[in-house]
Every structure is written in C-alpha cells, then in structure tokens.
Design a protein around this ligand. Structure first.
Ligand code: HEM
Length: 139
C-alpha cells in the first residue's frame, strides 16, 4: 500500500471506469484493479459496475474471504477524499454502518425480555407445585 497517503478526488477516481483502466472505492480506499480484472474470480464486469461510486456495500455483500481482503492491499493506491463524494445519498454509502433499531426489532426485543422473565418463573412455579405435591402425599 505504498500510495495509501494519497487522497483522491472522487471525480478523478470516477474517470477510471473501463476494462483497461479501472479504479474502485471500497471502505474509503481507492484500488486500481486494472491489472486484476482478468484474474478477479467475480469477473471483470462486476468490477466495472463498481466504478464511479462507493462500492463498499457491494463488496461486503459478496462476503469476500480474508485472503481476498489481503489481496486488496496489493492494489490500493490511496484514499478517497470523502468531502468530494457525491452528496444526497448518491452512490456513496458509509462503510459498514450498523442498522439502526427499527420498530420490528424493538418489538421482538420486548418479546424476548418478557420470555426471559416468564420461562424461569414458570419453571420455578412448577418446581414449587411439585415440591408441595410430594410434601402433601409423603406426610
Ligand atoms: C481490490 C479489490 C478486490 C479484490 C482483491 C477482490 C478479490 C476477490 C476474490 C479473491 C474473490 C474470490 C472469493 C474470495 O476469496 O473472497 C472475489 C470474488 C468476487 N468478488 Fe471481488 N475483489 C475485489 C473487489 C470487488 C468489488 C469492488 C466487487 C463488487 C462489487 C467484487 C465482487 C465480487 C464477486 C461478485 C465475486 C464472486 C463471488 C462468488 O462467485 O461467490 N469484488 N473477489
């Protein structure tokens, strides 16, 4: 990653969008994958379609292996100047954002809390009844 201290303008990176000259942005870093196109197990088209945008989500959705991620270092040429990325949603997505808890999540969390309380109480109640049952009949 010799050039990792270089910051690129988004417009500059977006220009490299063909089979001979292909740069992609993943997790804030810029990769020149031109020489890797033919070797890429996912194919060259997928790399081409990842140009001109932040391809972090697409990259992560594939579930690249750790060896695949290590290999990336070889092609890293720098970082993206995040202030130059398209605003208003565009194609840019911040890397690996944890999803915020939606309504459905909160409801299931509530059900889990109730269950965590009810299940031990039921077992305890059952044990109590059994104990009294034996106590009554062995008297
Ligand atoms: C420097 C950048 C990249 C490197 C070094 C790389 C490397 C690899 C490697 C080694 C694999 C084989 C599976 C694995 O070991 O993970 C793979 C598969 C794949 N990659 Fe990449 N990749 C890069 C960027 C991307 C990007 C930006 C995308 C797209 C959005 C992408 C999409 C895919 C797809 C679709 C597969 C095929 C998965 C499958 O068939 O199961 N890759 N890549």
């Amino acid at each position: 990653m010799a050039g990792s201290k270089i910051y690129y303008h988004f417009d500059e990176v977006a220009k490299h969008n063909d089979a001979e000259d292909c740069w992609v942005i993943v997790s804030g870093k810029v990769y020149d994958v031109s020489s890797y196109m033919a070797e890429h197990p996912g194919g060259r088209d997928v790399l081409l379609s990842a140009t001109g945008k932040d391809a972090t989500v697409e990259f992560e959705n594939v579930g690249h292996s750790s060896s695949g991620r290590e290999l990336m270092g070889k092609y890293c040429i720098g970082k993206i100047d995040s202030s130059t990325l398209p605003k208003g949603g565009g194609d840019f997505v911040k890397p690996q954002q944890a999803p915020k808890g939606g309504g459905a999540d909160k409801a299931s969390e509530f059900v889990m809390t109730i269950l965590q309380f009810i299940v031990p109480m039921t077992i305890l109640g059952f044990a109590f009844v059994v104990r009294h049952f034996f106590y009554f009949f062995t008297k």
